[in-house]
Design a protein around this ligand. Sequence first.
Ligand code: HEM
Length: 301
Amino acid sequence: MTEIKSSIIDGIETFEAEINGEKIEWDNELTYNSHLQTERLLSAQIGVSGKPDETLFIIIHQTMELWIKLCLHELGIVIECIKKDQLSKSFKTFDRIAAIQRHMIQSWEILATLTPHDFLTFRGYLRKASGFQSHQYRELEFLLGNKNKDLTVVHRDNKPVYEQLMKVLNAPSLYDETLKLLSKKGFVVPSKAIDRDWSEPYQSSPEIEEVWRLIYEDTEKYWELYMLAERVTALEYYFQEWRFKHMKTVSRVIGYSKGTAGSSGVDYLVKALNLSFFPELWSMRTKLSTTQEENNSKCPL
Ligand code: HEM
């Protein structure tokens, strides 16, 4: 056994030992485990069935919840940047969110190793517990703009969660803040888009579609806003991909049977694929005509 030496550094008892030819140091003031709370984290996988495949089911949900937590955190930063018109600063955070989303999409492959038989060994034990009750997922949807007050009812008995959801429901979404910024920058944004009851679902409008069309048809002039729009579009693109992979994994595991929350299951998840957070950013693409740049290149001079 290697010898452990101890000394006091900055008033803290510090240890040192030679391990694998390296001088390794540590102290008990802050350790990897105390900082990351690994004991709490690793003791939170408590199954209800005693069946071996439930562990995968728990860990995949818990890791998704952690990534959603980080997305919520980073989106808060993005929204603050947009409010302050610090767009290039926001892009770094947008890009981190996109990387997390791609990782979340990829992680469905792990769950796809759960066969219908594996799932049936513990499905009955789950009773009515379902991802439908994920409050972080609802918060994320509200933050992105899918406002629907009815979805909060399952959380009414959990006061702090309910209050947080109501706070986000009643505040402008990422898209609302983006439209407010476009208005501040002088684009013609209808007043109903920038001063409204934020708890209501966003209604798309031809005027906003026109604003995005202007930006996409003169990217040189509006470069920053164009880059913002592409990042906002990517956010929805990946969100939909996550929804699609969830739906496909679910149909692979339970076919067309009902969900544990009692919904129609896959049919319910398919309906969500038609939801759009930023509708004009998609519809505008159909309307784009030849760009200024291309017109210039066609000039006979
Ligand atoms: C075998 C694994 C899974 C199955 C069979 C499954 C099944 C379902 C079904 C059928 C629904 C619709 C509501 C219901 O009636 O229960 C649903 C909703 C949901 N699930 Fe899953 N799911 C699985 C894994 C996951 C994972 C890993 C997550 C990650 C957090 C997740 C998150 C959600 C969310 C957020 C909803 C609500 C979607 C919405 O309301 O638009 N699910 N799931």
